[in-house]
Design a protein around this ligand. Structure first.
Ligand code: SF4
Length: 476
């Protein structure tokens, strides 16, 4: 078959009418499970274990789905509802499950996340705490020294996505490890609740070089990059969840119940004495903001920022690190920035004037939109929350009708059908990336991560031009 025939076949248009005849029951399965996000957070705590309050199938689904992205084993326990528990309540199952988890895994933290079923019968986080006899800080009064911290979080999926579950778990962790009545020097006496007026000289925090970090649902590789950036400024970051090793570690010589790595519970408890906190993401509601909790309960100034993708966003992020550390940008990072700018110049002719369809978690969509505009690509968004592929395809068709067809799709693996229908390349980013290898190692944050993302976008566009060129290989 000739290249021309293959290209013509691939480019055969799918009409809106033909598409409308196809009914897809599932429009975007990847965003609906809120306890999935909580599970990832608890996996980033040293010897952290998730116990799902609900039916066993939820634990299986979450394990299967999470492993497909991270390619690491992940145990998730369940209170294993039966028909009887669904009718008469699952408190007894929960107590037995917690005892089993503590006995078998000896965890330092058990994160109890509620599933849709448990929430539907009224067994939310408060009910879980009551059933387990926990105080607001997660410790039972009679707990011995080796007892794990138990954190309960409400994560009904009909109230939020995996992103909301992730945020809710971060907030629950911050509250449980830094309770309001903690008898500790908090630094709250400085009254510095506004990060913009913060300076290293004016705040006397117990841990002056420590920064509490509340990331979005980013890749393990990006967590490693961010840690290196903080350290380059002489800062000591405490990531409220650090799954850079637990969900992306080396091979084991013998089976382990819990992987090595993660933020120790004792470190989480030091967040109240941090010089500042940094919270990444878009449009966080106050009740899901862990940084807001630290600020109001302990006076830790917070910096809320979008994901640092692109030069402008990374500049803003690093300016806040300069304010906390009192140090200018390290030379190694300045060199990375210079290389990125140079590549923008080199790659301009490939990207300028192109259009990209964006979808997925709002944290990524907002940050990517800024970045794309920075490099000369016009973003196209679906209506609504930006997660529905039916709406995404409608937005692309409208753009084409306006004489501006989409050239590339950027988002998670779930957009592969949409990209196929539009016959444009898909650049995978965010969660999940499970139809390609290495999703856990994809970087997009900071100058270095932006560089990798920029290269991937440019190469995807070049590759498509090359495929469509009847001459075959040529210089571009
Ligand atoms: S918690 Fe809800 S969305 Fe998640 S697997 Fe269970 S039923 Fe499905």
């Amino acid at each position: 078959m000739s290249i021309e025939t293959r290209t013509a076949e691939r480019r055969a248009p799918v009409s809106a009418a033909a598409d409308a005849e196809r009914w897809e029951v599932t429009r975007n399965a990847c965003i609906v499970c809120s306890p999935l996000g909580a599970t990832i957070v608890f996996a980033g705590v040293e010897r952290g274990m998730t116990l799902l309050h609900g039916s066993q199938g939820c634990a299986t689904y979450i394990r299967r789905y999470t492993i497909s992205h991270f390619r690491e084993p992940l145990d998730v326990a369940s209170s294993s509802f039966t028909e009887e528990s669904a009718v008469f309540g699952g408190a007894n199952n929960l107590r037995i499950a917690l005892a089993n988890v503590v006995k078998e895994y000896k965890p330092a933290l058990v994160g109890v996340a509620t599933t849709c079923l448990a929430e539907t019968i009224g067994e939310d986080a408060a009910s879980v705490r009551g059933a387990l006899g926990l105080g607001a800080d997660g410790f039972a009064k009679s707990a011995d020294a080796d007892a794990p911290l138990v954190v309960a979080v409400s994560t009904p999926s009909y109230r939020g996505s995996h992103r909301d579950g992730f945020r809710a778990a971060l907030r629950a962790l911050a509250e449980a490890t830094n309770p309001k009545n903690a008898n500790a020097t908090t630094g709250a006496e400085t009254g510095k609740a506004d990060f913009s007026s913060f300076s290293a000289e004016t705040r006397s925090a117990p841990f002056p070089s420590t920064v509490a970090v509340f990331p979005a649902m980013i890749s393990p590789a990006d967590i490693r990059s961010l840690k290196a950036i903080f350290e380059a400024y002489g800062l000591d970051p405490i990531f409220a969840t650090d799954y850079s090793d637990t969900l992306d570690g080396g091979p084991w010589k013998a089976h382990r119940l819990l992987p090595e790595g993660g933020t120790p519970v004792a470190s989480l408890s030091r967040m109240k004495g941090a010089a500042a906190s940094v919270e990444m993401g878009a449009g966080l509601s106050p009740e899901l903001s862990a940084a807001l909790y630290l600020e109001t309960a302990h006076g830790v100034p917070r910096k809320s920022c979008g994901l640092p993708i692109g030069v402008e966003a990374t500049d803003a992020f690093l300016a806040s690190l300069e304010a906390v550390s009192g140090k200018p940008m390290p030379r190694s990072i300045a060199a990375e920035r210079a290389r990125l700018l140079d590549s923008y110049v080199d790659g301009h002719k490939y990207v300028f004037g192109k259009r990209a369809l964006l979808y997925g978690d709002v944290d990524f969509v907002e940050a990517l939109a800024l970045f794309l505009r920075e490099i000369g690509i016009e973003p196209v968004f679906p209506e609504g929350e930006g997660r529905d592929f039916f709406q995404a395809e409608a937005a692309a068709r409208q753009s084409a009708a306006d004489g501006k067809p989409v050239d590339i799709v950027i988002g998670s693996s779930k957009g592969y059908k949409t990209a196929g229908k539009l016959d444009v390349p898909l650049v995978r980013i965010g969660f999940p990336v499970h139809d390609r290898f290495g999703g856990q190692r994809m970087r997009s944050l900071g100058y270095g991560g932006t560089q990798e993302l920029f290269d991937r976008i440019v190469n995807a566009l070049i590759e498509r031009r090359q495929e469509d060129n009847h001459v075959g290989y040529t210089y571009y």
